[in-house]
Each structure stands twice: as structure tokens, then as C-alpha cells.
Design a protein. Structure first.
Length: 202
């Protein structure tokens, strides 16, 4: 079944409630780079309903620890660290609302969120894994707002990992016009991946 454009429409007035806040994203990064802090700092609100399984899974997980092993959180060289203070807040509080006013499709906005975290290297380590978890949480909230009883969450498989890696290794510096084209292309690629996955179920 082909998914209609308004299946995952986002009410931009409700965007702040649907997005993970900066503290939640920080906790997600901490979960994948400093798992010792997972029990103390990452709550069930952060990861409890994010299901990690096949390409797109249906259902929920009751415990964040059940999702963690899939994300290689035991890498000892990873450390929780923000590279630039305020960059995450700008993304969540300025860029995402602007994007929503231009395109309120939930899958598009999820692609924007995931792509910007991966590309801008907001954290010292774990940006790709954090971008995935932040996007998964946002996507789950969008689906709940649209009446989905069981969320569809993409698996962090080889294809999505490769896509996020390609986005992350591109040089974010350079002329503004070129950077804008890169961001648009990255978002289009992620959006196409997410949309194709959803079309298998909706």
C-alpha cells in the first residue's frame, strides 16, 4: 500500500512536545558512549518504547537495556562530550521549527533531525548512534500523535549505518551554497530510506 503524504503529518505547534529535548538527546549520547551512566541518567522515558529489530519493527520494549547491545555501547574509547555548547539547542529550537513550517511531513522531519546530528558532529563521540536514537524517539512520538498504536521504528542495520556514515564523513565546512545542497541531499536520502520502510507496513 502506498503511503499518503499526510499519514505522518506533524502539527508544528506541537513540535516541541514531540521532539526529544536537549537533555534527552544528551542522555541518549551518554547511553551509547558511557554506558556506566546508563542506569543513573537514561530513563525509560528516553528509550523505553524504541524497538530495535528487523528493518522496521512493530511493537515496544519495556526496558532500555534490551535495545542497548544492538548499538555497540561497550566501546571504551567513546566518551560523552558536547563539542559546541548551544549547537544542539539551535537544531531543536530553531532549525527544526523552521523546517516544519516548510515541510511538516514527519518522515522528512525525522530525516532532518537524524542527518543534522550525524553531519554536524555535535558530540565528541557516538554521533551516528545518537542521531539514530533521537530520530527513533521523535518518530515514535510522531506516530503516537497520529494515532499509531504500535510504532514502526527502523532498525540500525547495515544500510542505515552506511547512510549515516556517509553523511557524517562529508566535510561540513566550505561554501554555504555547497553545504546547503549537501544537507538537502542528505535529508532526501534519509527520507527516501524511511519512506520506503514505512510503505512495507502502511
Amino acid at each position: 500500500m502506498i503511503m499518503s503524504d499526510d499519514v505522518l503529518e506533524v502539527d508544528c505547534e506541537d513540535l516541541a512536545r514531540l521532539l526529544p529535548d536537549p537533555d534527552t538527546v544528551n542522555n541518549l549520547n551518554k547511553a551509547v558512549t558511557d554506558p556506566v551512566r546508563l542506569v543513573d541518567d537514561v530513563t525509560e522515558h528516553d528509550l523505553g518504547d524504541v524497538d530495535v529489530g528487523d528493518d522496521f519493527d512493530i511493537g515496544v520494549q519495556s526496558s532500555p537495556s534490551s535495545a542497548v547491545p544492538e548499538l555497540e555501547v561497550s566501546r571504551e574509547e567513546d566518551y560523552y562530550q558536547l563539542r559546541e555548547e548551544g549547537k544542539l539547542e539551535i537544531l531543536l529550537e530553531e532549525i527544526m521549527p523552521r523546517e516544519c513550517r516548510e515541510n511538516s511531513d514527519g518522515l522528512w522531519l525525522t530525516a532532518v533531525l537524524m542527518g543534522r546530528i550525524a553531519k554536524n558532529q555535535i558530540f565528541g563521540e557516538g554521533n551516528k548512534r545518537t542521531s539514530y536514537l533521537a530520530g527513533a524517539l521523535f518518530l515514535r512520538n510522531i506516530q503516537a500523535a497520529n494515532g499509531f498504536r504500535n510504532p514502526l521504528i527502523p532498525d540500525l542495520n547495515k544500510n542505515l549505518t552506511r547512510l549515516l556514515s556517509d553523511i557524517a564523513i562529508q566535510n561540513p565546512s566550505g561554501k554555504n551554497s555547497g553545504r546547503k545542497r549537501d544537507l538537502e541531499r542528505d535529508t532526501e536520502d534519509l527520507h527516501a530510506y524511511l519512506r520506503n520502510g514505512f510503505q512495507n507496513y502502511i
